[in-house]
Design a protein around this ligand. Structure first.
Ligand code: ATP
Length: 247
């Protein structure tokens, strides 16, 4: 069974029909990439899965571990084990690294108050695990998050999402604005997360970088999936890359 099944969804911003009959599946344990040009619908797909509104998902089904999540509030979706690192990272610049990481715990504990009543609890992962995984954050525990470099801020955003102990971690353009050397550090972090058993959905415009770590890729164009295949096949398929990704 797939961990995540997105089944023929249609999503709208007001009257604008953005996602059209979009379907994709993610297997437990894989690293999967969702590629596409600017404005193709990548972020809208992630927001639809995460239960963020807008967009408004009007048709189709989204199932996680076989259970319907479409239409559920974003906090419920997070509790069920889906984490999202948004493109804009949304860290708190005037709080320290440690305070940012504590907020993830507070938010998880608050959700667990409700979760206990429903028999659904997902404890936050220990802070020390995050520092072990991200030594650069360990060295900067008391630094204001707003003064971190772009790469360090991305690490902090990933660590904060990981504290919530997701089964599926969705990353929206994690390499954006980062220098090549720092991209390698973020890639290493994503590989480690995957090796530890977390399933990853990586959304990227940077197809070459995504293909390096994803086993399988989807391409979205004008709100629909136009390609699905193994990364090696896409690497060899110049025509598809030219047509939909312009590379
Ligand atoms: P990018 O790489 O530029 O972020 P994307 O593939 O993630 O692109 P989306 O952000 O999903 O693209 O946008 C898909 C379409 O939806 C675009 O035409 C965009 O203008 C439109 N759109 C996105 N957010 C909104 C919104 N809040 N209201 C109206 N239209 C929106």
């Amino acid at each position: 069974m797939s961990l995540l099944e997105v089944d023929s969804i249609d999503a709208y911003y007001g009257q604008s029909h953005i996602l059209r009959d979009l379907s994709m599946e993610i297997a437990d344990g894989e690293v999967c990439a969702l590629l596409g040009r600017n404005g193709a619908g990548k972020t809208t797909t992630l927001r639809s899965i995460a239960g963020a509104a807008p967009p408004d998902v009007r048709d189709g089904e989204i199932r996680f571990e076989g259970k319907t999540i479409a239409g559920r509030p974003t906090e419920d979706v997070s509790m069920s084990g889906i984490g999202l690192v948004p493109e804009e990272r949304r860290i708190f610049p005037n709080l320290t690294v440690e305070e940012n990481l504590h907020l993830a715990e507070v938010s998880r504990n608050r959700s667990n108050l409700v979760g206990r009543a429903l028999g659904q609890v997902n404890e936050a992962r220990p802070l020390q695990e995050m520092y072990d995984a991200f030594p650069r954050l360990d060295e900067r525990q008391n630094q204001m998050a707003g003064t971190l470099s772009g790469g360090e801020q991305q690490m902090l955003a990933i660590a904060r999402a990981l504290r919530q102990n997701p089964k599926l971690l969705m990353l929206d353009e994690p390499y954006e604005g980062l220098a090549p050397k720092i991209i390698e550090d973020v890639e290493d972090a994503i590989r480690r997360i995957s090796e530890e058993g977390t399933t990853v959905l990586l959304v990227e415009q940077n197809a070459a970088a995504a293909i390096k770590i994803a086993e399988r890729c989807y391409i979205v164009d004008q709100g629909s999936i136009v390609y699905e295949g193994h990364s090696e096949d896409l690497r060899e398929d110049e025509e598809t890359r030219q047509r939909y990704l312009g590379v």
